[in-house]
Design a protein around this ligand. Structure first.
Ligand code: ADP
Ligand code: ZN
Length: 295
C-alpha cells in the first residue's frame, strides 16, 4: 500500500461510458479506468469496486467529483437531489448517483452535469482560464451548454438546457429534426445524430466541402448569437465530437458576424471569442477532479 496525503476520485459519467480517475489533484492522476454504461447496478457496482480497490492501495478518499449525463436533480433541498431524473437512456431514470457514491465511499460528493463539469475543467486550466464569465458548449450526441457566471455554473430551478432552445429553421431545410420533444430545437437540427440522419452518413465521413457544413455552421452561429445576446460571455468554447471538424470554426465565426450585423460588442475578435477547447478530451476528467478537491 502506498499512502498518499489526500486521495480524490472523479467520474465523467456519460451515456456510453463512465470514465473514472483517481489522483491527488487534477494534474496528478494515479489511475484511470473506463466502464461501459449498461445498467445502473452493473456499472455503478464496477465503478465502486474500482474505487475501493484504489482506496486499499493508496488510502481513503477525501472527496469525489461527478459530472453526469442528465437530466439531473441539482436542487439541494429536493428529496431526489443527486438523481438522474427522466432520461431517455433505458434503465437510468430515477437513479441516485450522488447518494450511491456517498454511501459506497463514505465521502463528500460534488455533483453536476457532465457539461458543467467539462466547463469547470476548461475554466480551471483550459480555454476559459482567467475568464469567469463564459459558456462552454458540447456538440455531440446532444448539444449541451455550461453557462458560467463569476466562475460558477448557472444552476437555477435546474441546470440550463441550451441545446433545446428553439431556432429559426433554414427556409430550405426540410429535415424532420432529431429531438423527441421539438422539431426545431438546436439539438433537433444540429447534434451529431441529426447530421447523420439528415445526410445519411456519419459526420466524420462527410468531406469538408459538403453543403452539410455550411448549414451546420449556420445553426451553430445562431446558437452563438443567442448565447452572446443572453449572457454576454467573455468567451464561447465549442467542444464535443462534431467540433473535431476544425474547419467549422471559421465558418461559424463568419456567419456569427453576419447574423450579429454590427449589433453589440463591435470590438471582439471572433477568432478569440468562439474557440475550441483548451484541454481536448480531458476537460471532463480535469473538471471532475477540481470538483472533488473543491468539495
Ligand atoms: P458524447 O456526446 O457521447 O459525449 P461525442 O462528443 O464524441 O460523444 O459526440 C458523438 C457524436 O459526434 C456522434 O453523433 C458522432 O457522429 C459525432 N462525431 C464524432 N466525431 C466526429 C467528427 N470527427 N466529425 C463529425 N462528427 C463527429
Ligand atoms: Zn429539443
Amino acid at each position: 500500500m502506498t499512502l498518499v496525503s489526500a486521495l480524490y476520485a472523479g467520474i465523467e459519467a456519460g451515456g456510453t461510458k463512465f470514465n473514472c480517475v483517481v489522483g491527488t489533484d487534477p494534474f496528478t492522476i494515479l489511475a484511470r479506468e473506463r466502464f461501459a454504461t449498461t445498467t445502473p447496478s452493473e456499472t455503478l457496482g464496477r465503478v465502486k469496486d474500482f474505487f475501493l480497490s484504489q482506496a486499499s492501495e493508496h488510502g481513503e478518499f477525501a472527496g469525489i467529483g461527478i459530472g453526469c449525463f442528465g437530466p439531473l436533480d441539482l436542487n439541494p433541498g429536493s428529496n431526489t437531489y443527486g438523481y438522474i431524473t427522466a432520461t431517455p437512456k433505458p434503465h437510468w431514470s430515477q437513479t441516485d448517483i450522488a447518494g450511491f457514491f456517498s454511501s459506497a465511499l463514505d465521502v463528500p460528493v460534488s455533483f453536476d452535469t457532465d457539461v458543467n463539469c467539462a466547463a469547470l475543467g476548461e475554466y480551471h486550466c483550459g480555454a476559459a482560464r482567467g475568464r469567469p464569465n463564459f459558456v462552454y458548449v458540447t456538440v455531440g450526441t446532444g448539444i449541451g451548454a455550461g453557462v458560467f457566471v463569476d466562475g460558477k455554473p448557472l444552476n437555477g430551478i435546474a441546470h440550463t438546457e441550451f441545446g433545446h432552445i428553439l431556432v429559426p429553421r433554414d427556409p430550405g431545410d426540410t429535415f424532420k429534426g432529431h429531438c423527441p420533444f421539438h422539431t426545431d430545437c438546436l439539438s433537433a437540427l444540429a447534434c451529431g445524430p441529426a447530421i447523420e440522419a439528415r445526410w445519411g452518413c456519419k459526420g466524420h465521413e462527410l468531406p469538408e466541402n459538403h453543403e452539410a457544413w455550411d448549414l451546420q455552421a449556420h445553426y451553430l452561429a445562431i446558437m452563438c448569437v443567442n448565447i452572446t445576446l443572453s449572457y454576454s460571455p467573455e468567451i464561447i468554447i465549442l467542444g464535443g465530437g462534431v467540433m473535431d471538424q476544425a474547419h467549422l470554426f471559421p465558418k461559424i465565426r463568419r456567419r456569427f458576424v453576419e447574423l450579429m450585423n454590427g449589433y453589440m460588442i463591435p470590438d471582439i475578435n471572433p477568432s478569440d471569442y468562439i474557440v475550441p477547447t483548451g484541454l481536448q478530451g480531458a476537460s471532463g476528467e480535469v473538471g471532475a477532479m477540481v470538483m472533488a478537491v473543491g468539495g
